[in-house]
Design a protein. Structure first.
Length: 206
């Protein structure tokens, strides 16, 4: 397959591990989120800064799909358990640590003492990875943690949805990470002979 100079081939798409354009997109998303937290500037209200979170999720969806395609191509299956484990230890320990540090600060610093009981009342939601439900009746310094809860659920649900909505389901998703012997364990019998998740091949340019 011949590819134009401005077009990314499927093989290069799978081989490359760095997308420079995403650095600029992340910067835009970051700045949008910052503007959403500065209500004193009226112009920022027109930028709809909260959409920066959507931008980060779109980038994550692209990169996660790329990683799954690469693993499915090289290994014949996607180790869903290993994928979730990596994301868990990348996100959750530092998230929990931030909560514990703030609780310690509430105990150690008198100006923050009033926040201690408030945070403790919301702790089941915060530690249960459901921070988006922890602030339905008010705001705390940890209100912004809602984004972590959304991110965790995104990583939990996005990979199966990708395979379910691809043609033929998800016959190569291995939820138990048991290798080729069990690589169809997560798929119904009717889908176990379908093709793996890959974009269709295009005819060579003439």
């Amino acid at each position: 397959m011949t590819v134009g100079s401005d077009e990314l081939s499927y093989e290069k798409y799978l081989a490359d591990t760095y997308r420079p354009a995403f650095d600029g997109m992340r910067a835009i998303g970051f700045l949008l989120v910052i503007t959403a937290h500065i209500p004193s500037v009226p112009f920022f209200g027109y930028l709809q800064g909260w959409t920066g979170v959507w931008l980060f999720l779109v980038i994550s969806g692209y990169l996660v799909t790329m990683l799954m395609l690469r693993e499915e191509t090289s290994q014949g299956h996607v180790a869903f358990g290993a994928f979730l484990t990596k994301r868990f230890f990348r996100i959750v320990p530092s998230y929990w640590l931030a909560i514990l540090i703030y609780l310690a600060a509430c105990l150690a610093l008198p100006p923050l003492a009033a926040d201690y009981e408030d945070i403790m009342a919301r702790l089941p939601y915060l530690f249960g990875l459901m921070p988006e439900y922890a602030n339905t009746d008010g705001y705390t310094i940890l209100t912004h943690m809602w984004a972590v809860g959304v991110e965790v659920k995104f990583y939990l649900l996005f990979p199966p949805i990708v395979f379910l909505t691809s043609s033929g389901g998800f016959p190569h998703l291995d939820p138990l990470d048991q290798g080729s012997e069990d690589k169809h364990a997560f798929a119904p019998a009717a889908t176990q002979t379908t093709a793996p998740l890959r974009p269709p091949r295009r005819a060579p340019r003439r």
